[in-house]
Design a protein around this ligand. Sequence first.
Ligand SMILES: N[C@@H](CCC[C@H](N)C(=O)O)C(=O)O
Length: 299
Amino acid sequence: MKIHFTKMQGAGNDFVVLDCTRSAFHLNADQIRFLGDRHMGVGADQILVVEKASRPDTDFRYRIFNQDGGEVEQCGNGARCFAKFVFEKGLTDKRSIRVETMKGVIEPRLCDDGRVRVNMGLPRFEPEELPFLCQGVSHLSRGTDTLWEVRAGGQDCWVSLVSMGNPHAVMVVGDVDEARVSEIGPDLENSPLFPRRVNVGFLQPLSRSSARLRVWERGAGETLACGTGACAAAVAGMRRGLFDSAVEIQARGGRLLIEWQAADGEPRPVYLTGPAAIVFEGEVDIPEGGLPAKGANHV
Ligand SMILES: N[C@@H](CCC[C@H](N)C(=O)O)C(=O)O
């Protein structure tokens, strides 16, 4: 089966985007994994599926699948690429778009400088608001933040847990280049503390308005940037008193601006601003069996 796709990237986080506004989406998890595979398929951290809105107060619906074939709740860099995609492909002439995701409505807006600014909704921190956390886990509070002690990669780590619709654990490190991302990341992603797994952020504050960040993404491994990871890391840092209300997050693939006005205690949405670009278009022949689970096709 041949399908048309658009390859996009936002700060180096890359996507295969499928326009399903006129046809139904019907790929299974093995076929999605084929699309995401960098050797056998097209290659992408996530696959984004653009669909018609199912509610009158929104313009589109979009679905997000990780490279491992699993459908997930939210994707910040994907939201910017989605907005650029629907505008550039003439699917809308609106520069402000309301989009349904699995975890509520988000609002991307195309800026005059070519970047996209997205209202990513409210961050959540309280244990009862973290559905990804194993029930009955004890925690320690410190200041205004709730820090959780976890063991991963053979060491004890203190993490902030944040839901941006999807799950994040953020730890502060001295130097992201030295951080044990590929040991701690997968260990924490698959810890029994997180039955639905978790994205793991390694945050190095540089000043009150800038930081470096690496993210081990659930279902994709380390990526060049993670938009929701940047939001989670910035708000975790703000709650710990490390940052003011706007932070430039430097990821390995680009820079993202995170804004969050939390000072008066009112629940406020997080805004994410950054680049989004179409890289190329193509047609791909998807094998009926897709890409079987790892090891399944070995002789
Ligand atoms: N790259 C994304 C996040 C994609 C989903 C994530 N891996 C998850 O499983 O929650 C972003 O830019 O936010």
